[in-house]
Design a protein around this ligand. Structure first.
Ligand code: FE2
Length: 474
């Protein structure tokens, strides 16, 4: 009996010495907070970000579904310490367009890997895009993250063929390790199964320096700062998306504004879409604040000038969709009804303006309608309401001619979803690039003068706006 025991112990020791990987893997340096994000060309590249508690090697394997992932080339990334943990980043490049990929991230030396995740690259020939939009999860405890995750699970059930998901900022409330762990744990079903398009919110940007950039691996605009978030752009189908950083405030930097102009002018995509956290059109509690007023006065003329079709924003935790607006005035349009994707749909035909959409919140912190919102916000709204009974998500399907938007509220008690709004646009005239457009400078060195002038103009316009608001309230 004693001899058998000694043999077993010896065998265990020999195995541990022969296969140290197994011994190390039991230490528990788990891979957490895994996300795949836009990082360059949506049809050929992705950025990966993940965390470990202890120091580890940053390895990534990516392979088309149906092939052996364990034999895929190991892509080495980088690692550094953040939030008392280790953040890891790696990028996959030269992917094949329109292909479903599997991946895992971890440490090939210790053999500790994440679960297998999936994403699909955009087609470089197809004009379609199908995506989910949500705003302001902004939870601070497990229960509220679970509640928001249910809303997004309903979104995935509603659009199972979605290709990417846009999060309009404020993923967490206080930016603590506990909150981020809870967010990634509850949203793993989405973050590890699609491409995420994160927008920097004030809860992970203002006074939370570098937190947004430490949580996602995004290819920010060349030379742009990442202190309070980041701005970047990408194409999917026949749409061009510019993701703004509205933490870059007081007012938005001239560098970012010039970048937006250069970026949008360089694209001939049929749909031009802006994603940002702070809303330009909202009847929420933040809309009359000085920072928002300055941003509105600065950005709305730029949105008009660039012919942006739709702006999606968050921040104000209420639901709003404007009419098609330009120069702060409602633009009339004709409608056409036709069957698209098997559904009879009424489309706004070639509207000459921008639709601003604030899809309330996927979370549980919800605000009412601010009846004193600075004019003409409520006057220009098609829908302005609270969503006190449930969290909200939106879906968009588009091709070169059609843009179909739907918003749903998921009831807190029953978990049933209700369509609360829909809007569709049909465009028959093709966008073209202005060949005579001259690139504007984006370096802070060459835009500081412009920024000072914009700042002074912003303050003056803010004072005038407050006078306007005062007169509207008298
Ligand atoms: Fe916010």
């Amino acid at each position: 009996m004693k001899k058998t025991f000694i043999k077993i112990i010896s065998l265990v020791l020999v195995l541990c010495m022969t296969f140290p990987i197994v011994a190390t893997a039991t230490v528990g340096n788990d891979v957490t907070r895994v996300s795949v994000t836009i990082n360059g060309d949506s049809s050929t590249a992705r950025g990966f970000c993940w965390y470990t508690d202890e120091k580890a090697v940053s390895d990534l394997q990516v392979a088309p579904v149906g092939t052996d992932l364990t034999k895929a080339e190991i892509i080495s990334g980088i690692s550094y310490k953040a939030m008392k943990k280790y953040v890891h980043k790696a990028e996959a490049e030269n992917l094949t367009p329109d292909t479903k990929y599997q991946y895992r991230v971890g440490d090939s030396e210790t053999g500790v890997w994440s679960k297998i995740g999936y994403f699909t690259t955009a087609s470089n020939t197809n004009d379609e895009a199908n995506f989910i939009v949500f705003a302001d999860v902004q939870a601070s405890n497990e229960e509220n993250f679970q509640s928001a995750a249910k809303v997004l699970q309903s979104a995935v059930n509603t659009m199972p063929d979605y290709e990417f998901a846009i999060g309009l900022g404020d993923f967490v409330n206080d930016c603590t390790n506990e909150e981020w762990d809870s967010y990634f744990r509850n949203f793993e079903f989405m973050n590890m199964n699609t491409t995420l398009v994160p927008v920097a919110g004030n809860h992970e940007g203002n006074l939370q320096w570098f937190k947004f950039n430490n949580m996602f691996n995004i290819g920010e605009a060349k030379g742009s700062p990442t202190i309070t978030g980041c701005y970047y752009s990408f194409d999917w189908g026949d749409a061009h998306f510019a993701v703004l950083n509205s933490n870059d405030m007081y007012p938005m930097s001239a560098s970012q504004i010039n970048w937006l102009k250069n970026d949008m002018n360089a694209s001939d995509a049929q749909w031009k879409i802006v994603l940002m956290h702070r809303a330009l059109y909202s009847a929420g509690k933040n809309i009359n604040k000085p920072d928002t007023i300055i941003m509105r006065n600065l950005l709305l003329p730029v949105i008009d000038e660039l012919g942006i079709d739709v702006v999606f924003a968050g921040h104000d935790h209420m639901y709003m969709r404007t009419e098609s607006v330009k120069d702060e005035k409602i633009q009339d349009y004709q409608t056409v009804t036709e069957v698209w994707n098997g559904e009879s749909t009424t489309f706004a035909l070639n509207p000459d303006g921008t639709t601003h959409i604030l899809p309330s919140t996927a979370g549980t912190k919800r605000y009412g309608v601010n009846e004193d919102a600075i004019p003409p916000i409520l006057q220009n709204s098609a829908v302005a309401r609270d969503t006190h009974d449930g969290g909200v998500f939106a879906t968009v399907s588009l091709d070169s001619e059609h843009f179909v938007y739907k918003a749903y509220m998921v009831d807190d008690e029953t978990n049933e979803k209700t369509l609360i709004d829909s809007y569709a646009i049909k465009k028959t005239e093709r966008n073209t690039v202005d060949e005579d457009y001259k690139e504007l400078p984006t370096s802070i060195l060459f835009t500081s003068g412009q920024h000072i002038i914009t700042f002074i103009k912003g303050i003056i316009s803010m004072v005038l706006s407050y006078f306007k608001l005062l007169f509207s309230l008298i």
